[in-house]
Write a protein that binds this ligand. Structure first.
Ligand code: NAD
Length: 369
């Protein structure tokens, strides 16, 4: 069985490629080696030789036509990410790219048995909260005026009291930013075209995924890589807001196993699944954990800045995927230890955050209070 992995030269894609090869699948990668994730045009050394590599862009029909020949299943992971304000590019790459995948399959009547598209926890926006008076709520984006007052917790849309976060299941999406909206449209395209044309399809909504191979050069997001590179360079890790945001970081190894399960298991067809760490930790706790694993006595910096469009707390309910037989196997400690060991071996490790911070402040993505 031959599996196409778009974005297979990237972080999650390459770990999924490794697992597919281990399990005896033939693998083809379609990737345009986009900067800043990659040094332009260079196939990373970790991409296995056994995988066939096609250099191409998911916005290009001819690239899809070539890449889909003789393929039985597709992981569609290539995407434009982060928090930059070139809004249209999110939809060109993520939405149009996914539409093109289905267009080429339908036009050529290709016998694809399964498509798994990468969505994101970001598609939940603020996710699910409990108001002590008004029950379960899905609050909208926190207003800038509220954040400027350093009033970080979401307020109940009915009574305006602050609310408690609860784990967010797959039932309701509420995307706020350009990336999240493009992931939402990708899911809609996959599940609806899939059903309509009998192409078994599924969407996987990753929580913040952590592990080796996360490109250092992309310093706009990714707490583990940013905190680690800051600390290795003797700089304090910067926590936005008050550092008390809850996150459910998940290991890329658990994510790769989940991806292959969703591809192989027909019970996953036409469904969306959360893939998260199943435990919550604050951003400040995470920064402190990374510092302690690096033996650095550097306190996190918490200057009261915020990332416009960010969510306060987001922790995914993973019970739907666990019901298919998957479970979290890598602990938070192991995630951090593995990443630090890998980062220490990389020749290009340095603090890329300062430049990214300047760019994000200039665009109004990071704001001071
Ligand atoms: N890493 C996370 O925490 C996370 C969380 C939620 C969702 N996701 C989703 O998972 C998928 C993989 O993310 P990742 O962290 O591995 O990212 P990554 O940046 O490491 O990998 C993405 C790969 O896609 C390629 N790519 C980008 N644009 C392309 C295009 N137009 N044509 C062909 N290839 C292109 C890049 O060169 C790169 O190799 C993405 O769809 C992302 O939205 C990731």
């Amino acid at each position: 069985m031959r599996v196409l992995v778009t974005g297979g030269a990237g972080f999650i894609g390459s770990h999924t490629v490794d697992l597919l090869l281990q399990k005896g699948y033939e693998v083809r990668i379609l990737d345009n080696l986009t900067p800043p994730v990659h040094i332009e045009g260079q196939v990373p050394a970790y991409v296995p030789r056994e995988a066939e590599f096609i250099l191409g862009d998911v916005r290009d029909r001819a690239a899809w036509e070539r890449a889909l020949q003789g393929v039985d299943a597709v992981f569609h992971f290539a995407a434009y990410q982060d928090y930059l304000t070139d809004f249209s590019k999110f939809f060109h790459v993520n939405t149009v790219g996914t539409a093109m995948l289905y267009e080429v399959i339908v036009a050529n009547k290709l016998p694809i048995q399964k498509i798994v598209v990468a969505s994101s926890q970001a598609a939940y926006g603020e996710g699910k909260y409990q108001c002590e008076t008004d029950g379960i709520q899905y609050p909208p984006l926190r207003p800038v005026e509220q954040l400027m007052q350093r009033d970080w917790e979401p307020h109940c849309p009915v009574c305006n009291k602050t609310m408690k976060p609860v784990v967010t299941d797959e039932a309701r999406l509420n995307p706020h930013n350009q990336y999240a909206m493009s992931k939402y449209t990708q899911e809609m395209l996959a599940l609806n075209f899939g059903r309509r044309y009998n192409i078994p399809s599924a969407a996987v909504r990753f929580s913040i995924t952590q592990g080796p191979r996360q490109s250092f050069r992309n310093a706009y997001s990714g707490a583990l890589r940013i905190f680690t590179t800051r600390l290795i360079s003797h700089h304090a890790p910067v926590c936005y807001e008050d550092g008390q945001q809850l996150r459910d970081y998940v290991s890329v190894h658990d994510v790769a196993r989940a991806n292959v399960l969703v591809m192989e298991d027909a019970r996953a067809n036409y469904e969306s699944f959360n893939i998260g760490g199943g435990r919550a930790i604050t951003v400040e706790q995470y920064a402190r954990l990374i510092a302690s694993k690096l033996n650095k006595s550097i306190e996190p910096s918490i200057p009261g800045e915020f990332r416009f469009g960010d969510t306060r707390h987001i922790v995914s309910d993973i019970s739907k995927l666990c019901a298919l037989g998957w479970s979290v196997q890598v602990s938070i400690d192991e995630i951090v230890e593995e990443y630090i060991a890998w980062a220490g071996e990389q020749p290009d490790v340095r603090d890329y955050y300062a430049e990214a911070e300047v760019a994000m402040k200039k665009m109004g993505t990071i704001r001071e209070t």
